[in-house]
Design a protein around this ligand. Structure first.
Ligand code: B1M
Length: 210
């Protein structure tokens, strides 16, 4: 679809208003919120990511793209959460210390809410104390951690090891995700599961809660 390609360009150029308009048009055309999210926004961000990696785009441009993406996600959020599913569990989610990437985390939170989970988002750059305090305060079932940098992903192990030291590791399901992670890493640090994307996170959480 032509508009979707246009939206990839608009995201690349950080054009927030155009992205909001594109999202609305696709919804009007009968697209599901999930398809708009994945095919227009996430796919567009993949292109941005590749050119960022290759030194064609720089931080300021990527920030604009991220802001445009968030504006689009804000329109989709209530629609994704509209399922009215009964509450199936509670998740605390946050990006680890040293890491400020939050789009993937926000997406996982949105999809989890849409599937009937209660989600407590503790934001970015979280030291281990934040995770522990939130888990205890919220009486959560699930801990979700996100990391987008190879330099910050090892911090997930710090959190899990601290949970073990405090004798609370077995009280929670620990799910981890983020672009640089993989299955093997998830196992190595003692998480219950690595989640490749938001849909997998929802399915995995449901499986553990049932
Ligand atoms: Co950053 N950045 N960035 N960045 N950035 C990456 C991650 C990078 C891969 C780009 C690249 O070089 N190709 C690279 C990391 C390289 C590495 O570590 N090997 C990188 C770098 C280097 C940096 C800086 C160091 C750049 C600099 O300053 N020189 C800097 C670091 C800042 C910091 O954190 N301390 C930096 C900064 C930024 C911006 C601020 C400009 C911006 C972030 C804005 C924001 O988040 N508010 C940004 C962005 C946007 C990206 C890319 C382009 C896109 C990330 C994204 O939002 N993707 C990214 C390139 C890439 O990933 N290919 C990149 C879309 C999102 C939907 O996908 O986050 O993967 P993702 O989430 C997915 C899954 O991973 C999974 O589900 C999500 C939905 O399907 N998932 C989970 C994620 N978290 C989960 C948690 C779960 C479950 C599943 O818990 C249960």
């Amino acid at each position: 679809e032509e508009l979707v390609l246009q939206m990839h360009d608009d995201l690349y150029d950080g054009l927030k208003d155009e992205i909001e308009e594109g999202v609305r048009i696709l919804l009007d055309r009968g697209w599901t919120p999930y398809d708009v999210l994945t095919k227009a926004l996430v796919a567009g961000m993949t292109i941005v990511g590749a050119d960022f990696r290759d030194g064609i785009l720089f931080v300021p441009e990527v920030l604009l793209a991220a802001n445009a993406m968030k504006a689009g996600m804000a329109i989709l959020k209530p629609l994704l959460a509209e399922t009215g599913a009964p509450k199936v569990g509670k998740m605390v989610i946050g990006t680890v210390k040293g890491d400020i990437h939050d789009i993937g985390k926000n997406l996982v939170g949105m999809m989890m809410e849409g599937a009937g989970f209660e989600v407590v988002d503790i934001g970015i750059n979280n030291p281990v104390e934040n995770y522990i305090a939130a888990l205890e305060r919220e009486q959560a079932d699930i801990l979700g951690m996100s990391a987008l940098l190879t330099t910050t992903m090892p911090y997930m192990k710090v959190v899990i090891d601290t949970m073990k030291e405090k004798g609370m590791r077995e009280d929670y399901i620990v799910l981890v995700g983020g672009a640089p992670l993989n299955e093997e890493f998830g196992k190595a640090i003692g998480a219950d599961a690595y989640c490749r994307d938001a849909a997998v996170a929802v399915q995995t959480a449901k499986d553990y809660m049932s």
